[in-house]
Design a protein around this ligand. Structure first.
Ligand code: F0G
Length: 458
């Protein structure tokens, strides 16, 4: 097992503590067994998300101090805009306060302009899916790989099933398709990357039917790293060049800068289409803020302007992906059913297999999330029936995601997580499922807010 050496030293620290087990049990009960309801200070290692949780570099910190907080036309906006333009090669940029508002504004604008509501994707993530569903649209998942198939060693399982994409468009008619969406990397599908070949294939289909190709580039740098390391012909290219080639195939883009922007908050929309840009400008002013800040502070934009470049540094990314892999290998070595190959930002555990004595309706993934907190003070997130099943269609997988914040935890933290899993493993047959006691009326956000309780006899 290769230990991924950190290409940084730590000069600022945040204390964390492990509460006693009996207190953790009380915290869990108070949160209705939903880990979203637990205070972060009551958590020892927080792997709920890699979003907005990155460690800052000294360069970002310095830039934050110089943030320009002018309402219109701030220096920080131009620095931010120039970074995005330089990496994406796209002229029209609109700022938003985070990714989901970029999704809402871009996706609903495209649905409005095209009067079409079907959106095929390599797999939708929860927030984008919720936006489309709540706007009367139909998100369709057309993934290429089966992520829990242990005999499928494809390094790029995150892509589209291009035949299915073509068939869907033919069957429904291109007029009914709002746009084609590629999520890079594929978060719902265990953070699996998408190959350049698959991106080119989706581009060809978009051209064949005259459809827009939208890219969710929240983790674009991680996707570019996988292409560089594992796809023929890219090993010698700098990451930024691989990223530029990847992005050259998209028409419109949304980004949550809380991931590969290495920022605590922020996002943007980018497009090559002036008419669409003008249309969306008004929405940004109404919903987010003026078109030169869109809900971000100047200091946020400074952080992103630097973070987007730092995420493209080879030594940074080598450690980043290496640390995720290190945790994956540790868990694999003690027999935990982890999804392989390991993805970009997180390790995913097949909870349906691991807790196969718990019926699906008692949410094995969310149950495992609750027990991981109970046994080790660690917080992950369930991505299965609770997250994706409230429109009546059960998703294929029941996964526990352990998302690794960037530049935040050490390799020893990874080893601690594996120790906790060893302890859980001894008692896993005693774990009981969780029953849903309350869910919100609005679709697509159930797992964030649901209230649960342990089932007596599952
Ligand atoms: N797209 C993808 C692929 C995401 O993973 C997320 C957020 C968003 C869009 C929305 O961005 O949070 O800035 O509004 N994912 C986080 C996660 C929350 O934990 O995976 P946001």
């Amino acid at each position: 097992m290769k230990v991924p050496y950190e290409p940084f030293k730590i000069r600022v620290v945040e204390p964390i503590r492990l509460l006693p087990r009996e207190i953790r049990k009380v915290k869990l009960e108070e949160a209705y067994w939903n880990v979203f309801g637990i205070r972060s200070e009551d958590i020892y290692i927080d792997l709920l998300t890699d979003s907005g949780t990155s460690g800052l570099s000294i360069y970002q910190l310095a830039a934050i101090m110089a943030g320009d907080e002018a309402y219109a036309g701030s220096r920080s906006w131009y620095r931010f805009r120039d970074t995005v333009r330089n990496i994406l090669g796209v002229d029209y940029i609109l700022p938003t306060h985070q990714g989901r508002s970029a999704e809402r504004i871009l996706y609903t604008s495209l649905m409005d302009m095209r009067r079409a509501y079907i959106v095929p994707a390599n797999t939708h993530f929860d927030t984008g899916r919720a936006v489309i569903l709540n706007y009367g649209g139909r998100p369709v998942d057309l993934p290429k790989g089966n992520i829990t198939d242990k005999n499928d060693f494809d390094r790029f399982k995150g892509g589209f099933d291009l035949d299915k994409l073509d068939m869907l468009i033919k069957k429904e008619g291109p007029d009914k398709i709002a746009f084609i969406l590629i999520v890079l990397t594929n978060n719902t599908l265990a953070g699996q990357p998408v190959s350049m070949e698959n991106i080119r294939g989706a581009r060809e289909i978009a051209d064949k039917y005259g459809l827009p190709l939208v890219m969710d580039i929240s983790r674009y740098a991680e996707n570019a790293y996988f292409i560089k390391m594992y796809e023929d012909g890219y090993r010698d290219k700098p990451l930024i060049e691989v990223a530029r080639e990847m992005l050259s195939h998209g028409d419109h883009f949304m980004m949550s800068a809380k991931k590969d922007g290495l920022a605590a908050m922020g996002g943007f929309i980018a497009t090559r289409d002036e008419e669409l840009y003008r249309y969306m400008q008004s929405k940004v002013v109404l919903e987010e803020g003026f078109v030169t800040y869109g809900g971000m502070a100047g200091r946020d934009m400074e952080e992103i302007a630097i973070g987007m470049y730092e995420a493209l540094q080879q030594d940074y990314m080598g450690h980043r992906i290496g640390q995720v892999r290190y945790l994956g290998e540790l868990l694999d070595s003690i027999g935990i059913p982890v999804v392989k190959p390991f993805g970009g930002h997180a390790i995913y555990i097949d909870a349906a297999e691991y807790l196969n004595h718990i019926p699906r309706e008692y949410f094995p993934a969310d149950t495992l999330a609750a027990y991981l907190y109970l046994e080790g003070g660690i917080r992950g997130v369930g991505l299965g029936l609770l997250a994706f099943g409230d429109d009546g269609e059960a998703p294929e997988y029941e996964l526990l995601r352990l998302a690794i914040p960037r530049r935040t935890y050490t390799n020893h933290h990874m080893e601690y997580i594996a120790e906790v899993f060893k302890e859980i493993d001894e008692r896993r047959r005693d774990i009981k499922g969780l029953r849903l006691v309350w869910q919100p009326k609005i679709k697509g956000v159930r797992h964030f807010l649901a209230k649960l309780e342990p089932v007596k006899n599952s």
